[in-house]
Design a protein around this ligand. Structure first.
Ligand code: G3I
Length: 334
């Protein structure tokens, strides 16, 4: 592997190349990660439930390990994530009598969590996903229902960005979401971003998660999302890229290995995606995969438990797939 061209060097003039890591993959994929990637994101270890399981208790050990892994390998760190409806412990939303926490209490808790976490990693984490997945997937409401929205109101988003900016004025602050290529959701996200900009909220960019597959979404829809958000002066990060070889509704669990056809289509797809992203490298400054190699992916459990998936450009033995070679070709077209 040492002789393979490094992915992050191939894209050095375009954007950072990142990977989501966890305490296991930092060990099992150490060589691969340190060779090809120059940015990492904690897959779960910087989420509220992991860092702050009860009001007086912070548990930073695993997050600290990820930051020191990055430092010792010369990698940047993206922080993920401060305010989300998921993976947040129940105590956060309860008052002392077990009822629902009101606006002032919840804002105070949000602020102290952000102060503590963003403050701890000031200078080490250069970009934060401040708010994750706050937009409603469908229907007429702009925002999804969540305890944050119910107790604080719509300005919970602006407040989170303000607190994060106070805690680290140098950090780049992102709103992160999925399905931004679906027209209805793309426009809702645009509406949110525009309104935050108009209120002078300190937001610098938008994260497109990019949990994609061989067909979805169409390249033109990705292009439209990038152009729409870039028109607001937003920086763009691709934050959680994977290309599932299954359509979402495909329930089969019988494949022990990907078919040749899947691998070929995946390689073409990766080539097309990176060609597109490179066109926008003035706005797209980081592309992070939600993992690194096919031996570990959250998609093995989603949306079908126990259905093995092969979404990355390195295989289960960390060897380059056709997808990897296509990424190199796109990095250095003849
Ligand atoms: O740690 C426990 C373990 O103790 C327990 O035995 C086991 C039983 O299922 O669960 C383990 O926790 C799991 C955790 O991942 C750690 O592996 C949770 O069940 C599982 O739900 C959790 O999934 C994570 C998911 O976020 C939860 O929302 C995935 O690893 C993680 O990849 C995924 O990441 C999200 C991004 O943060 C936001 N965008 C979507 C993306 C994919 O869902």
């Amino acid at each position: 592997m040492e002789r393979l061209p490094k992915l992050h060097e191939a894209y050095g003039n375009s954007f950072k190349i990142g990977a989501a890591v966890n305490p296991i993959t930092m060990v099992t994929q150490k060589e691969l990660l340190s060779h090809h990637f120059n940015s990492v994101t904690a897959e779960n270890e910087m989420k509220f439930e992991r860092l702050h399981p009860s009001e007086e208790v912070y548990t930073f050990e695993q997050a600290d390990q990820i930051v020191s892994f990055a430092k010792s390998n010369g990698m940047s760190v993206r922080g993920h994530t401060l305010v989300w409806h998921n993976q947040t412990p129940e105590w956060v939303f309860q008052d002392s009598s077990g009822g629902t926490a009101g606006r002032e209490l919840l804002l105070a808790r949000m602020k102290s969590h952000i102060d503590e976490v963003v403050g701890r990693y000031r200078g080490d984490i250069y970009a934060w996903d401040v708010v994750n997945e706050a937009i409603a997937d469908s229907g007429s409401n702009l925002l999804r229902s969540s305890p944050w929205l119910a107790s604080i109101g719509e300005d919970f988003i602006a407040k989170a960005f303000e607190y994060a900016h106070e805690a680290d004025p140098q950090a780049l602050l992102f709103y992160n979401d999925y399905n931004e290529s679906v027209p209805e959701k793309r426009e809702k996200i645009y509406t949110l971003l525009k309104s935050l900009k108009e209120q002078d909220v300190p937001i610098h960019g938008v994260g497109l998660q990019a949990h994609w597959n061989l067909e979805f979404p169409a390249l033109d829809d990705i292009r439209r999302a990038i152009e729409r958000y870039a028109s607001l002066g937003m920086m763009l990060h691709i934050t959680e890229l994977d290309v599932s070889v299954f359509a979402h509704e495909d329930k089969r669990t019988d494949l022990a290995a990907p078919t040749e056809e899947m691998l070929q289509r995946q390689a073409e797809r990766y080539g097309q995606l990176f060609r597109l992203l490179k066109e926008y490298s003035g706005s797209v400054t980081s592309v992070t995969f939600w993992g690194a190699a096919d031996d570990y992916t959250w998609l093995d459990h989603f949306p079908v438990r126990g259905r093995k998936n092969w979404p990355f450009v390195f295989d289960e033995n960390h060897l380059p797939k056709e997808s990897y070679w296509n990424l190199l070709k796109e990095a250095n077209p003849e």
